[in-house]
Design a binder for this molecule. Structure first.
Ligand SMILES: O=C(CO)COP(=O)(O)O
Length: 238
């Protein structure tokens, strides 16, 4: 199975950038099949536009979050079925930038992941330790608790290991630390669940990270905003 390289655009990007990104990818791919499965999760305002621009390009489009309910009086929220209705096929849930800000516990993340599955989306479930938890040697305990508490009973999910302290910092765990975490995650998840690494993945370190056993791809933030950087990470796949 190919690796999955997913881009999380977070709160960046407007219409013109979306079109420019897709056209640059189209030109650089030149009709050839990419070395990985590709996924872009833009701001919700751009999902439908990305789906329209992508057309026959092999790029899946996803959301960055969804509500636990299919509808209701939840001002400003987006239901998973609203994303699938406009062509999304994945949805990130439980990203640390939302977990912390919105105090989302494991049960909430699990309910969001189930809502995504119920809407026909593949949830990308984010888990990862804080710097304090790492310093206290609790990383594997944190991952075990997150797997136990956040994953619905399904193989139609993706898990993204994103050490909170590595996001946006330019720092990553060592090869050995990533290998240990992903080996543990492989043992705790059902066959077929893809395990992505996320947290300061760049064109410069992607080859090393993507060569680590049990790393099935990457969830990329900043380096996914530019087509050249995103495709350089794709090219780094073994
Ligand atoms: O949060 C991330 C992906 O979801 C990682 O972001 P960076 O790649 O910018 O560290």
């Amino acid at each position: 199975m190919k690796k999955l390289i997913a881009g999380n655009w977070k709160m960046f990007g407007h219409g013109g950038e979306a079109m420019g990104f897709i056209e640059e990818v189209r030109t650089k791919l030149g009709g050839a099949a990419p070395k990985a499965d590709l996924l872009i999760c833009p701001p919700a305002t751009l999902v439908e536009r990305f789906v329209r621009y992508v057309k026959e390009l092999p790029i899946a489009i996803g959301g960055q979050d969804c509500h636990v309910k299919p509808n209701g009086a939840f001002t400003g929220d987006i239901a998973a079925n609203m994303l699938s209705e406009i062509g999304a096929t994945y949805c990130i849930v439980g990203h640390s930038e939302r977990r912390e800000y919105h105090k989302e516990d494991h049960a909430t993340v699990k309910a969001k992941a189930q809502a995504a599955i119920d809407a026909g989306l593949i949830p990308v479930i984010c888990i990862g330790e804080t710097l304090h938890e790492r310093a206290d040697g609790k990383t594997l305990d944190v991952l075990k608790a997150a797997i136990k508490g956040s994953l619905p009973d399904s193989d139609k999910i993706v898990v993204a290991y994103e050490p909170v302290w590595a996001i946006g910092s330019g720092m990553t765990p060592s090869r050995e630390e990533i290998a240990e975490a992903h080996h543990a995650l492989r043992r705790m998840t059902v066959p077929g669940v893809r395990l992505l690494y996320g947290g300061s993945v760049k064109p410069q370190n992607a080859k090393e990270i993507l060569s680590i056993p049990d790393v099935d791809g990457a969830l990329v933030g900043g380096a996914s905003l530019k087509a050249a950087d995103f495709l350089a990470i794709v090219e780094a796949c073994p």
